[in-house]
Design a protein around this ligand. Structure first.
Ligand code: PNS
Length: 219
């Protein structure tokens, strides 16, 4: 099976993470760094997770992951990636629109912070108190891409770990990409995305709003 990673076919991607000696050095360095921190600092480092993605647009699949993550972490930062400037990936919604949608969905969740980032994810996470990158896994088809991304991020910053949460069974088939395709072709996406997102999709695609779209702002 050939997948793609960071725009390149996986078959050309050769990642070396080093052997056990390299890993034990990593663990020693991390433990050394942790020993330097006060108890308070250790706590704050442990309990923050960054949940990165394009969120173009945010779906109930994403929301399900955030809600479950908030049961585990004190704070979750939903980090929305800017489009890469080379134009290889163009989002339907601007980053400002994606931020606005996410903020409106989570306006009653004080422990969820919506932010955006440009450039390398590990650099962004390094500027926060987090050492956990959170990603949702829908199916085995996600695994190869996610495994390579997690491995690359770990090779770039050995202090960070990626934690995966399985998407709930109700949303395992929901992706932002399929939502955009269905919505663009006039299909109903209500029930898979919050009503504000369904409404914004209709506006983007110049489709008529239903009664539900007009009244439903809460999710
Ligand atoms: O929702 P997505 O599109 O699957 O999210 C992918 C995302 C934004 C998390 C990933 O592309 C990313 O981290 N981009 C930032 C650039 C980066 O750090 N690249 C190195 C890992 S491939």
């Amino acid at each position: 099976m050939q997948g793609y990673f960071c725009g390149a076919p996986l078959v050309h991607f050769n990642l070396s993470l080093g052997g056990p000696a390299c890993l034990s050095e990593t663990v020693k360095k991390r433990d050394g760094d942790m020993a330097q921190k006060t108890e308070g600092e250790k706590e704050s480092v442990r309990r923050v997770a960054v949940y990165p993605g394009s969120f173009d647009p945010i779906t109930y699949g994403h929301i399900d992951i955030v809600e479950r993550a908030l049961e585990i972490f004190d704070k979750v930062i939903l980090a929305i990636a800017h489009d890469i400037s080379d134009g290889s990936k163009r989002s339907l919604f601007t980053v400002e629109e994606r931020i606005e949608l996410a903020k409106s969905v989570f306006e009653h969740s004080p422990n969820l912070i919506v932010d955006s980032f440009k450039g390398l994810l590990v650099d962004y996470v390094g500027r926060t108190n987090a050492r956990v990158i959170l990603r949702g896994l829908r199916a085995t088809s996600d695994f190869e891409y996610e495994f390579h991304m997690a491995s690359m991020n770990r090779s770039l910053n050995t202090h960070l770990d990626t934690l995966f949460m399985m998407t709930s069974k109700d949303y395992f088939f929901v992706s932002s990409r399929s939502i955009k395709e269905v919505a663009g072709l006039g299909g109903a996406v209500e029930g898979l995305v919050p009503s504000i997102v369904a409404r914004r999709l209709k506006e983007k695609f110049n489709l008529p709003l239903t009664k539900e779209n007009q009244i439903g702002w809460e999710y």
